[in-house]
Design a protein around this ligand. Structure first.
Ligand code: SF4
Length: 90
């Protein structure tokens, strides 16, 4: 066994792409403002925003790409939505 170890953050940072240009505003001094959500984070080189998934690397805002963050299986029918068909069971 090797002695190398990687954190989940190390792995996820390899699964990224540049953010859409309309969602990144250069502020000068190497800082970029992310416009992807209401936090409007001002992110410096090597740091991430409040979400911890968008970060600045080599002067570019990076965003997640190529993996699924969550998977859930929900039934169609839940209270108070008794049935999706009017008048009872299909
Ligand atoms: S870095 Fe994350 S938390 Fe901050 S504005 Fe962008 S998406 Fe929102």
């Amino acid at each position: 066994m090797g002695n190398s170890s990687f954190s989940l953050d190390d792995i996820l940072r390899t699964l990224t792409a540049d953010s859409a240009p309309e969602l990144a505003r250069a502020l000068g001094g190497g800082r970029i403002q992310c416009l992807a959500c209401a936090h409007l984070c001002r992110v410096s080189e090597g740091h991430s925003g409040a979400c911890r998934v968008r970060f600045v690397e080599k002067g570019a805002l990076r965003r997640p790409r190529g993996y699924v963050a969550a998977v859930a299986c929900d039934p169609i029918e839940k209270k108070p939505f008794f049935t999706r068909f009017r008048g009872g069971t299909p």
